[in-house]
Design a protein around this ligand. Structure first.
Ligand SMILES: [Zn+2]
Length: 340
Protein backbone atom coordinates (compact mmCIF):
# COMPACT_ATOMS: atom_id res chain seq x y z
CA UNK A 1 0.00 0.00 0.00
CA UNK A 2 1.54 3.29 -1.09
CA UNK A 3 0.72 5.22 2.07
CA UNK A 4 2.71 2.79 4.18
CA UNK A 5 5.81 3.48 2.12
CA UNK A 6 5.94 7.23 2.45
CA UNK A 7 6.24 7.68 6.19
CA UNK A 8 9.16 7.01 8.45
CA UNK A 9 8.23 4.36 11.00
CA UNK A 10 9.51 4.41 14.55
CA UNK A 11 11.84 1.47 14.95
CA UNK A 12 10.04 -1.69 16.00
CA UNK A 13 6.60 -0.13 15.48
CA UNK A 14 4.25 0.22 12.53
CA UNK A 15 3.48 3.82 13.45
CA UNK A 16 5.31 7.05 12.61
CA UNK A 17 6.96 9.61 14.87
CA UNK A 18 3.95 11.89 14.35
CA UNK A 19 1.55 9.18 15.56
CA UNK A 20 3.74 8.36 18.58
CA UNK A 21 3.69 12.02 19.62
CA UNK A 22 -0.07 12.29 19.15
CA UNK A 23 -0.78 9.21 21.30
CA UNK A 24 -2.62 9.58 24.59
CA UNK A 25 -3.91 7.07 27.10
CA UNK A 26 -7.37 5.80 25.99
CA UNK A 27 -8.42 5.67 29.65
CA UNK A 28 -7.23 9.02 31.03
CA UNK A 29 -5.78 10.89 27.98
CA UNK A 30 -2.42 11.42 29.67
CA UNK A 31 0.80 11.22 27.61
CA UNK A 32 2.27 7.76 27.05
CA UNK A 33 5.74 6.23 27.08
CA UNK A 34 6.09 4.21 23.89
CA UNK A 35 8.63 1.41 23.34
CA UNK A 36 8.65 -1.42 20.76
CA UNK A 37 7.37 -3.76 23.51
CA UNK A 38 4.86 -1.80 25.57
CA UNK A 39 3.02 1.48 25.84
CA UNK A 40 2.65 2.83 29.36
CA UNK A 41 0.53 5.66 30.71
CA UNK A 42 2.64 8.32 32.40
CA UNK A 43 -0.07 9.34 34.84
CA UNK A 44 0.74 8.14 38.36
CA UNK A 45 -2.96 7.70 39.11
CA UNK A 46 -3.67 5.63 35.97
CA UNK A 47 -0.50 3.56 35.29
CA UNK A 48 -2.23 1.61 32.52
CA UNK A 49 0.09 -0.56 30.41
CA UNK A 50 -0.80 -1.62 26.87
CA UNK A 51 0.84 -4.35 24.78
CA UNK A 52 2.52 -3.99 21.41
CA UNK A 53 1.81 -6.98 19.18
CA UNK A 54 4.05 -7.37 16.10
CA UNK A 55 4.78 -3.64 16.13
CA UNK A 56 1.11 -2.69 16.58
CA UNK A 57 0.21 -0.91 19.85
CA UNK A 58 -3.09 -2.21 21.24
CA UNK A 59 -4.63 0.82 22.94
CA UNK A 60 -7.99 -0.39 24.17
CA UNK A 61 -9.87 0.93 27.19
CA UNK A 62 -11.31 -2.44 28.19
CA UNK A 63 -13.75 -0.96 30.67
CA UNK A 64 -15.71 0.63 27.84
CA UNK A 65 -15.04 -1.58 24.82
CA UNK A 66 -16.50 -4.81 23.44
CA UNK A 67 -12.91 -5.63 22.44
CA UNK A 68 -10.40 -7.13 24.91
CA UNK A 69 -6.65 -6.68 24.88
CA UNK A 70 -6.31 -10.47 25.26
CA UNK A 71 -8.04 -10.84 21.86
CA UNK A 72 -4.76 -9.58 20.38
CA UNK A 73 -2.13 -10.93 22.71
CA UNK A 74 -3.74 -14.37 22.20
CA UNK A 75 -3.82 -13.73 18.41
CA UNK A 76 -7.57 -14.33 18.18
CA UNK A 77 -9.56 -12.64 15.43
CA UNK A 78 -11.94 -9.87 16.44
CA UNK A 79 -15.00 -8.50 14.64
CA UNK A 80 -14.22 -9.09 10.98
CA UNK A 81 -11.85 -11.62 9.63
CA UNK A 82 -10.72 -12.36 6.13
CA UNK A 83 -12.94 -14.68 4.14
CA UNK A 84 -11.56 -18.16 3.46
CA UNK A 85 -9.88 -18.47 0.03
CA UNK A 86 -12.79 -20.25 -1.66
CA UNK A 87 -15.31 -17.65 -0.50
CA UNK A 88 -13.00 -14.85 -1.65
CA UNK A 89 -12.72 -16.46 -5.07
CA UNK A 90 -16.50 -16.87 -5.19
CA UNK A 91 -16.92 -13.19 -4.26
CA UNK A 92 -14.68 -12.19 -7.15
CA UNK A 93 -16.37 -14.34 -9.78
CA UNK A 94 -20.02 -13.58 -9.00
CA UNK A 95 -21.09 -9.97 -9.50
CA UNK A 96 -21.59 -7.94 -6.34
CA UNK A 97 -25.05 -6.83 -5.31
CA UNK A 98 -24.24 -3.18 -5.13
CA UNK A 99 -21.65 -0.71 -6.20
CA UNK A 100 -20.34 2.41 -4.50
CA UNK A 101 -20.89 5.05 -7.17
CA UNK A 102 -19.32 8.03 -5.45
CA UNK A 103 -16.42 6.82 -3.28
CA UNK A 104 -13.69 7.35 -5.85
CA UNK A 105 -14.89 10.83 -6.80
CA UNK A 106 -15.33 11.83 -3.16
CA UNK A 107 -11.86 10.68 -2.15
CA UNK A 108 -10.37 12.66 -5.04
CA UNK A 109 -12.18 15.74 -3.73
CA UNK A 110 -11.06 14.99 -0.17
CA UNK A 111 -7.47 14.72 -1.40
CA UNK A 112 -7.74 18.17 -3.06
CA UNK A 113 -9.20 19.73 0.08
CA UNK A 114 -6.64 18.13 2.41
CA UNK A 115 -3.62 19.11 0.37
CA UNK A 116 -4.99 22.63 -0.20
CA UNK A 117 -4.89 23.35 3.53
CA UNK A 118 -1.70 21.50 4.46
CA UNK A 119 1.12 20.21 2.26
CA UNK A 120 1.53 17.09 4.41
CA UNK A 121 -1.81 16.43 6.07
CA UNK A 122 -2.25 13.78 8.76
CA UNK A 123 -5.41 11.76 8.32
CA UNK A 124 -6.90 9.37 10.85
CA UNK A 125 -8.47 6.28 9.29
CA UNK A 126 -10.97 4.70 11.66
CA UNK A 127 -11.53 1.12 10.50
CA UNK A 128 -8.72 0.66 8.00
CA UNK A 129 -8.69 -3.16 8.14
CA UNK A 130 -9.88 -3.54 4.58
CA UNK A 131 -9.16 -0.47 2.46
CA UNK A 132 -12.39 1.43 1.77
CA UNK A 133 -13.92 1.56 -1.68
CA UNK A 134 -12.36 4.27 -3.81
CA UNK A 135 -9.81 5.21 -1.15
CA UNK A 136 -6.88 4.89 -3.52
CA UNK A 137 -6.92 8.64 -4.24
CA UNK A 138 -5.66 9.32 -0.72
CA UNK A 139 -3.65 6.14 -0.12
CA UNK A 140 -1.63 6.82 -3.27
CA UNK A 141 -0.95 10.48 -2.46
CA UNK A 142 2.63 10.66 -1.17
CA UNK A 143 2.07 13.87 0.80
CA UNK A 144 -0.80 12.49 2.88
CA UNK A 145 0.05 10.50 6.00
CA UNK A 146 -2.65 8.04 6.95
CA UNK A 147 -2.81 6.83 10.54
CA UNK A 148 -4.48 3.46 10.03
CA UNK A 149 -6.45 2.20 13.03
CA UNK A 150 -8.92 -0.62 13.55
CA UNK A 151 -10.23 -3.00 16.19
CA UNK A 152 -8.69 -5.96 14.39
CA UNK A 153 -5.30 -6.83 12.94
CA UNK A 154 -6.00 -6.18 9.29
CA UNK A 155 -3.28 -6.04 6.65
CA UNK A 156 -3.03 -2.23 7.05
CA UNK A 157 -3.63 -1.89 10.80
CA UNK A 158 -0.86 0.18 12.43
CA UNK A 159 -2.58 0.63 15.74
CA UNK A 160 -5.48 -1.16 17.40
CA UNK A 161 -7.91 1.21 19.07
CA UNK A 162 -11.63 1.59 19.65
CA UNK A 163 -13.30 4.72 18.23
CA UNK A 164 -15.26 5.10 21.48
CA UNK A 165 -11.97 6.11 23.20
CA UNK A 166 -9.52 7.32 20.58
CA UNK A 167 -5.98 7.29 22.01
CA UNK A 168 -4.96 10.67 20.57
CA UNK A 169 -4.50 14.21 21.80
CA UNK A 170 -7.14 16.84 20.98
CA UNK A 171 -6.77 18.55 17.59
CA UNK A 172 -4.18 16.09 16.23
CA UNK A 173 -5.42 15.45 12.70
CA UNK A 174 -6.09 17.44 9.53
CA UNK A 175 -8.80 14.99 8.59
CA UNK A 176 -10.49 11.71 9.41
CA UNK A 177 -12.09 8.95 7.37
CA UNK A 178 -14.75 6.61 8.72
CA UNK A 179 -16.10 4.40 5.95
CA UNK A 180 -18.58 1.56 6.57
CA UNK A 181 -17.74 1.61 10.28
CA UNK A 182 -20.40 3.49 12.24
CA UNK A 183 -22.98 0.70 11.86
CA UNK A 184 -20.50 -1.58 13.64
CA UNK A 185 -19.91 0.53 16.75
CA UNK A 186 -22.18 0.34 19.80
CA UNK A 187 -22.40 4.11 20.31
CA UNK A 188 -21.91 6.07 17.06
CA UNK A 189 -22.47 9.57 18.58
CA UNK A 190 -19.68 8.92 21.08
CA UNK A 191 -17.39 7.78 18.27
CA UNK A 192 -18.11 10.80 16.09
CA UNK A 193 -17.60 13.08 19.12
CA UNK A 194 -14.21 11.44 19.62
CA UNK A 195 -13.31 11.94 15.95
CA UNK A 196 -14.39 15.59 16.28
CA UNK A 197 -12.21 16.01 19.39
CA UNK A 198 -9.04 14.69 17.73
CA UNK A 199 -9.56 16.75 14.55
CA UNK A 200 -7.99 20.20 14.20
CA UNK A 201 -10.26 23.24 13.92
CA UNK A 202 -11.16 23.46 10.23
CA UNK A 203 -10.17 19.81 9.73
CA UNK A 204 -12.08 17.52 7.39
CA UNK A 205 -14.27 14.46 7.80
CA UNK A 206 -15.37 11.89 5.26
CA UNK A 207 -17.91 9.25 6.31
CA UNK A 208 -19.92 6.56 4.55
CA UNK A 209 -22.58 4.64 6.46
CA UNK A 210 -25.32 2.24 5.30
CA UNK A 211 -29.04 2.93 5.53
CA UNK A 212 -31.05 0.16 3.78
CA UNK A 213 -28.71 -2.77 4.28
CA UNK A 214 -29.43 -5.86 6.33
CA UNK A 215 -27.28 -7.11 9.19
CA UNK A 216 -23.72 -7.94 8.18
CA UNK A 217 -20.81 -8.70 10.49
CA UNK A 218 -22.90 -10.92 12.79
CA UNK A 219 -23.12 -9.53 16.32
CA UNK A 220 -21.04 -6.46 15.46
CA UNK A 221 -23.82 -4.60 13.67
CA UNK A 222 -25.92 -2.17 15.69
CA UNK A 223 -27.61 0.60 13.78
CA UNK A 224 -28.55 2.40 10.54
CA UNK A 225 -28.90 6.08 9.68
CA UNK A 226 -31.17 8.13 7.43
CA UNK A 227 -29.58 10.96 5.48
CA UNK A 228 -30.49 13.48 8.19
CA UNK A 229 -29.67 11.10 11.04
CA UNK A 230 -26.23 10.72 9.48
CA UNK A 231 -25.91 14.51 9.13
CA UNK A 232 -26.72 14.85 12.83
CA UNK A 233 -23.79 12.61 13.79
CA UNK A 234 -21.55 15.29 12.26
CA UNK A 235 -23.32 18.39 13.57
CA UNK A 236 -19.99 19.84 14.69
CA UNK A 237 -19.06 20.17 11.01
CA UNK A 238 -20.13 22.40 8.14
CA UNK A 239 -21.32 20.33 5.23
CA UNK A 240 -19.21 20.33 2.09
CA UNK A 241 -21.22 17.62 0.37
CA UNK A 242 -23.50 14.72 1.22
CA UNK A 243 -25.69 12.23 -0.59
CA UNK A 244 -26.21 8.57 -1.47
CA UNK A 245 -23.28 6.19 -1.99
CA UNK A 246 -25.49 3.61 -3.68
CA UNK A 247 -29.18 3.81 -4.31
CA UNK A 248 -32.51 1.97 -4.03
CA UNK A 249 -31.46 -0.57 -6.72
CA UNK A 250 -28.71 -1.83 -4.44
CA UNK A 251 -31.06 -1.64 -1.46
CA UNK A 252 -33.62 -3.78 -3.33
CA UNK A 253 -31.00 -6.38 -4.27
CA UNK A 254 -29.87 -6.63 -0.63
CA UNK A 255 -33.49 -7.00 0.53
CA UNK A 256 -34.13 -9.71 -2.08
CA UNK A 257 -31.02 -11.62 -0.97
CA UNK A 258 -31.91 -11.42 2.71
CA UNK A 259 -35.54 -12.39 1.95
CA UNK A 260 -34.24 -15.58 0.32
CA UNK A 261 -31.70 -16.17 3.11
CA UNK A 262 -34.46 -16.17 5.70
CA UNK A 263 -35.71 -19.51 4.30
CA UNK A 264 -32.50 -21.44 4.97
CA UNK A 265 -30.33 -22.24 7.98
CA UNK A 266 -27.17 -24.16 7.14
CA UNK A 267 -23.98 -22.44 6.00
CA UNK A 268 -23.96 -24.45 2.78
CA UNK A 269 -27.52 -23.47 1.92
CA UNK A 270 -26.78 -19.84 2.78
CA UNK A 271 -23.78 -19.81 0.44
CA UNK A 272 -25.89 -21.31 -2.37
CA UNK A 273 -28.71 -18.80 -1.79
CA UNK A 274 -26.24 -15.92 -1.76
CA UNK A 275 -24.79 -17.04 -5.08
CA UNK A 276 -28.29 -17.44 -6.57
CA UNK A 277 -29.41 -14.04 -5.24
CA UNK A 278 -26.36 -12.27 -6.57
CA UNK A 279 -26.61 -13.88 -10.00
CA UNK A 280 -30.28 -13.02 -10.33
CA UNK A 281 -30.30 -9.48 -8.90
CA UNK A 282 -26.98 -7.77 -9.48
CA UNK A 283 -28.52 -5.99 -12.48
CA UNK A 284 -30.72 -3.95 -10.12
CA UNK A 285 -27.69 -1.84 -9.23
CA UNK A 286 -27.68 -0.50 -12.81
CA UNK A 287 -30.74 1.57 -11.90
CA UNK A 288 -28.75 3.35 -9.20
CA UNK A 289 -26.79 5.01 -11.97
CA UNK A 290 -29.97 6.70 -13.21
CA UNK A 291 -31.55 7.64 -9.90
CA UNK A 292 -28.67 8.27 -7.50
CA UNK A 293 -29.37 11.99 -7.19
CA UNK A 294 -33.17 12.06 -7.10
CA UNK A 295 -35.01 13.21 -3.94
CA UNK A 296 -36.59 9.75 -3.69
CA UNK A 297 -33.16 8.17 -3.44
CA UNK A 298 -32.33 10.35 -0.41
CA UNK A 299 -35.22 8.56 1.34
CA UNK A 300 -34.30 5.06 0.18
CA UNK A 301 -30.57 4.75 -0.46
CA UNK A 302 -28.51 1.75 0.42
CA UNK A 303 -26.04 4.10 2.12
CA UNK A 304 -25.03 7.75 2.58
CA UNK A 305 -21.85 9.78 2.65
CA UNK A 306 -20.99 13.02 4.39
CA UNK A 307 -18.01 15.28 3.74
CA UNK A 308 -17.58 18.22 6.08
CA UNK A 309 -15.27 20.70 7.72
CA UNK A 310 -15.03 21.05 11.51
CA UNK A 311 -16.89 24.18 12.52
CA UNK A 312 -16.84 26.36 15.60
CA UNK A 313 -20.55 25.95 16.25
CA UNK A 314 -22.95 23.05 16.41
CA UNK A 315 -25.84 22.46 14.00
CA UNK A 316 -29.10 22.58 15.97
CA UNK A 317 -31.91 20.06 15.42
CA UNK A 318 -34.15 22.90 14.18
CA UNK A 319 -31.54 23.70 11.53
CA UNK A 320 -31.13 20.00 10.81
CA UNK A 321 -34.73 19.41 9.69
CA UNK A 322 -34.47 22.32 7.24
CA UNK A 323 -31.75 20.34 5.46
CA UNK A 324 -34.17 17.60 4.39
CA UNK A 325 -33.85 17.08 0.61
CA UNK A 326 -35.87 13.86 0.20
CA UNK A 327 -39.20 13.47 -1.56
CA UNK A 328 -41.52 12.92 1.39
CA UNK A 329 -44.20 15.23 2.75
CA UNK A 330 -44.49 15.82 6.47
CA UNK A 331 -45.93 12.52 7.65
CA UNK A 332 -49.44 12.41 9.17
CA UNK A 333 -49.24 10.28 12.31
CA UNK A 334 -51.76 7.80 10.84
CA UNK A 335 -49.39 6.94 7.98
CA UNK A 336 -46.68 5.83 10.31
CA UNK A 337 -46.66 2.07 10.69
CA UNK A 338 -45.76 2.49 14.37
CA UNK A 339 -48.90 4.55 15.07
CA UNK A 340 -51.71 2.71 16.90
ZN1 LIG B 1 -3.87 6.62 31.64
Amino acid sequence: MAAAAVKEKVQGLRISEFAVNALRCPKCRSPLSVTPDTVACRSASCIAVYPVVHGVPVLINEERSVVSVSDFTGQKQTTFHRQPGLQRLFSRIIPELGVNRVGERNYRKLKELLTAQNASPKVLVVGCGETGRGMKAITAEAGIELINTDVWMGPFTEMVCDAHDLPFADHSFDGAVVQAVLEHVADPPRCTAEIHRVTKPGGLIYAETPFIQQVHGGPYDFTRYTHLGHRRLFRGYDEIESGATSGPGTALAWSYQYFLLSFVRSNGARAAVKAFARLTSFWLRVFDHLILETPGTLDAASGYYFMGRKSEGMLTDRELIRLYRGAGETLPASDCSLAP
